[in-house]
Ligand binder design. Sequence first.
Ligand code: APR
Length: 311
Amino acid sequence: MSRKKIALIGGGQIGQILALIAAQKELGDVTILDIPDFENAAKGKALDLMELRPLGGYDVEINGTSNYADIAGSDVIIITAGVPRSPGMSRDDLLNVNLKIISNVAENVKKYAPNAFVIVVSNPLDAIVYSFYKVSGFPKNRIIGMAGALDSSRFKAFIAMETGYSVKDISCLVLGGHGDTMVPLSRLATVGGVPVSELISADKLTEIEDRTRMAGGEIVKLLGRGSAFFSPAQSAIEMAESFLKDKKRVIPSAALCEGEYGIDGLFIGVPCVIGSNGIEKILEVQLNDAEKTALQATVLHVEGVVKSTGL
Ligand code: APR
């Protein structure tokens, strides 16, 4: 059996961590693609990772390039090409510059790797993944946005920090857009099957929900330059791994909704079953009135950003 191929479009902060984790997990051979100005940087990172192989003991190839022909035959493509935010910026402020970049990336991916499963990470996520879908014409099961995996991980992390209990036993779901309007669903969060409402006070839970919504910005402010990269990379890897190993994990992700949750024609964060056919199913959960109102607000927000792409 030959190895799988993973192409990383964008070899910056997230791209380099993606390459490291994909190699450590031996998910397949890795190609890091960046713009010509950063081709040598991509090659340098790839060579560094090749030299780490004897220590890590992983038998995969890692290459750097700026030539799209090198992504031919990729099974998975993870796109982080684009600009991250700086302190004070919202993800939406990145739209104009990242829209141009994603259009170029989509044309090339369509040309060189038309059968790949594509995971978009670049922000503003919901509009950028929509733009990739429009420009590439990829089927909806093979194009997905990484957001909910990260937002849920942040939600879980804050619950773990509050309770002191293992992150392994925390289960929770964040719906909606990847921005300040996202909907962390405390009602469905559990620790080892015990509802969090029995472990954490209502006021504290509201605080945790707010911190989850603003978690990306909290890190942008602390870093002073660029945005989070470790946790976004691991989140995208979980999605890639579920596809490559047909694990059928249920991972909240931005998927094209066509009727689910009453949403039509938008990529929004919903629980997705990810297997070898890509997004195999969107799971629907009954929401109460307050949750429905919050979801409508996030949908309205995403719709506005998507409209401004003109696509
Ligand atoms: N093709 C390929 N790579 C590109 C292109 C392009 N057309 N345009 C830019 N890039 C590359 C940059 O050269 C850079 O190396 O994308 C990389 C982005 O890396 P960083 O600037 O370090 O950004 P990162 O932190 O990885 O975030 C990437 O993901 O989470 C989002 O908001 C974040 O939109 C940002 C993206």
